[in-house]
Design a protein around this ligand. Structure first.
Ligand code: GAP
Length: 461
């Protein structure tokens, strides 16, 4: 898929109400997006499929919804206050700020995530002649400086000097899971191995935020932390890698050959092993989900900093230990982008062309559209409304009587609606049947009104 298609997807998202730029009437707000009527349905559906797979279909994974704000001590203990940063440089000509590791990547030089400012500056200077500013093409940059990604706030601080003692908007959802480890253990019947899953907002002061909703400053994550004995960590890690790959292929219907694995050689401060699942976006293969073996780092850190022992007493062996964590960490908003890119299709239809989102039925924002053939025939409208009222009690439906049927099909194709029902003259004159048109094959079938619900039940199993 080309960069040109990226422009088309962005345009479709705005035009059809999937994704809007934030605060657009005020000129926009960089790297933040809003989700429109179809976008929120699609996002909820992806989240629902993930929640079912990770929580509801499993016996030993429970859910959590922790607050976005936490004690600032959480972020000191986790290492984010001191170590969660990216190297930033400014173009001296146009003042565009860029991530130095990304500038280096463009010329196939890869920086280690754990490098100090001095180390990264050495490599940056060595390659300066080859690196160009992405905005103006200049080769004149300031030295790289470490820039902390945590977003600060003044919540609960009324001194006017909040910047010295900030609270933070969470930079990842999993910290809420670690600090509730004991609460979940004490209040439910979980036993190691078990997992805690959560979906929610995360915030990062990303230096460069291009590529639409790929990297934004406010985004959503779907994370699961699986607590295991140290001896089982490698085995469980392998299992979760396999399970998460299968989720994209089977549950979301993503084209398997557009996915690949990427191993992290330079690990972030907490990880023992880390692999990413990458998707081939219009701008190349990029990370969608990280699967990390985080060892006992997080629970140990929070035990040290809080004074509260976050360990597990095995009732069988009476052995006390700090569990290790296998983490699966996916971006919900980034996954939505993957789903849109993968579903976007342009097809020739006779001399015409149609754009169709070939979404998996479970993910489609609208499942069934119902039309009367003509808007100005009350007898057709009445029957179509009745069918719509009945079907919408079971599925998300849309009633449309604008324009001609061909245009309505195109509109529904563009938002990925799997089926369109049309009430026409045959319905009233002949046999009480309607046409049901399939989004992918465009084939039409006549179905009796009395059988419609059963017909759809079979299609949406
Ligand atoms: N708890 C581990 C963690 O947060 P990460 O690799 O920093 O790991 C996990 O993030 C996932 O969250 C990424 O694979 C990506 O899908 C999503 N993500 C991270 N930063 C993002 C951003 N700025 N915008 C959108 N999604 C982001």
């Amino acid at each position: 898929m080309s960069e040109k298609n990226l422009e088309k997807i962005i345009s479709l998202c705005k035009r059809r109400g999937f994704v809007y730029p934030s605060s657009e009437i005020y000129g926009g707000f960089a790297a933040v997006y809003d989700y429109g009527p179809y976008g929120v349905e699609l996002k909820n559906n992806i989240q629902g499929v993930w929640w079912k797979n990770m929580v509801q279909d499993r016996e030993n994974i429970v859910g959590l919804d922790s607050a976005i704000f936490m004690s600032p001590k959480v972020w000191e203990a986790s290492g984010h206050v001191s170590g969660f940063s990216d190297p930033l440089s400014e173009c001296k000509k146009c003042h565009t700020r860029s991530r130095v590791d990304h500038l280096l990547e463009e010329i196939d030089v890869f920086a280690d995530e754990n490098m100090t400012e001095d180390e990264i500056n050495k490599i940056f200077k060595k390659n300066k002649d080859k690196i160009k500013c992405p905005s103006c093409g200049s080769k004149d940059f300031t030295d790289a400086k470490s820039f902390n990604l945590l977003v600060k706030s003044n919540l609960g601080n009324f001194t006017g000097k909040w910047d010295e003692e900030p609270t933070y908007l969470r930079g990842e959802t999993c910290q809420g899971i670690y600090v509730n480890f004991k609460n979940v253990m004490d209040s439910s019947r979980v036993k190691v191995p078990f997992g805690i899953a959560q979906v929610g907002k995360a915030f990062r002061n990303e230096i460069t935020a291009r590529q639409f909703i790929f990297r934004t400053r406010e985004f959503e994550q779907m994370e699961m932390q699986y607590f295991v004995e140290e001896k089982d960590a490698t085995k469980e890690y392998k299992r979760w890698k396999k399970e998460r790959w299968e989720f994209y292929v089977n549950d979301l219907g993503i084209t398997e050959k557009k996915l690949r694995w990427h191993e992290h050689e330079n690990l972030v401060f907490y990880a023992k092993e880390a692999w990413d699942i990458e998707y081939e976006f219009p701008f190349g293969f990029k990370e969608v989900e990280g699967i990390h073996n985080r060892s006992d780092y997080d629970l140990t850190q929070h035990t040290k900093h809080s004074g509260c022992e976050l360990n597990y007493n095995d009732p069988k062996t009476n052995k006390k230990f700090t569990p290790w964590v296998v983490e699966t960490s996916a971006g919900l908003t980034r996954t939505l982008f993957v789903v849109l890119c993968d579903a976007y299709t342009e097809e020739k239809v006779g001399d015409d062309e149609r754009v169709v989102l070939k979404l998996k039925k479970e993910l489609a924002p609208v499942k069934i559209a119902v039309f009367p053939l003509l808007k100005n025939k009350p007898e057709l409208v009445k029957i179509a409304k009745k069918i719509f009222d009945n079907l919408k009690t079971k599925w998300v439906c849309e009633f449309d009587d604008n324009g001609n049927v061909g245009k309505r099909y195109r509109r529904q194709d563009e938002i990925g609606t799997p089926y369109c029902v049309t009430v026409d003259f045959e319905t009233i004159e002949k046999d009480d049947s309607v046409t049901v048109r399939d989004r992918d094959t465009m084939k039409q079938e006549r179905v009796k009104i009395k059988d419609l619900e059963k017909w759809f039940e079979k299609k949406f199993v």
